[in-house]
Design a binder for this molecule. Sequence first.
Ligand SMILES: Cc1cc2nc3c(=O)[nH]c(=O)nc-3n(C[C@H](O)[C@H](O)[C@H](O)COP(=O)(O)O)c2cc1C
Length: 194
Amino acid sequence: MKKIAETIVPINDLISERWSPRAFDSNHVIEENLIKSLFEAARWAPSCYGDQPWQFILFKKEDTTSWVSVLNCLSVGNQNWAMDTSIIIVICANKNFNHNNEPNRWSHYDTGAAAENICLQATSIGLSTHQMGGFDQEKIRKLSNIPKQFDILSCMAVGKQLDESKLSKVQKDKETQVRSRKPLGDIYFVNEWK
Ligand SMILES: Cc1cc2nc3c(=O)[nH]c(=O)nc-3n(C[C@H](O)[C@H](O)[C@H](O)COP(=O)(O)O)c2cc1C
């Protein structure tokens, strides 16, 4: 199923085609070079001072023990569909600048930009992404030995989308929901706050 964004004016196809499905092909293995292309896309995101505050941790379904461990860090609702994806990327941001170790108040902003680059790169190679805030931070921190200096922002599941027929009723209802957004005119002001 495609859920192309309905836009008032035309936008880039990759942006309108990206969405967050739940039905994935549990047998799909993503080729190593395609996985690398996701991180390559992230690498070229802009960042304050060019600091590149992001750090990613990759989990592949083939590494069964680690895969089960990371799935266990997700909320049950997320586990239900994320188990069928092919990889999970844990997305972290350095709280401090690399160049002087001072607090970096743009690190989440920059890491979000890198994450969106991953989503769009995935879309461009026929893969789908679904990000998750529903996970146990401390469990993942312990599992992957993530230093305190890094915030754990999200987990991104990536895989090959399937038709929604395999989903449970609850998941199918979510999958087929119409995508909605605030009206275009509501998200920007001209010159001053209204
Ligand atoms: C930081 C973040 C956290 C999210 N957390 C979850 C989550 O825990 N579970 C889930 O099913 N979707 C989650 N989502 C997906 C959003 O619900 C989804 O992106 C949003 O509804 C817009 O839909 P679209 O991505 O299909 O355009 C999350 C998205 C982001 C960016």
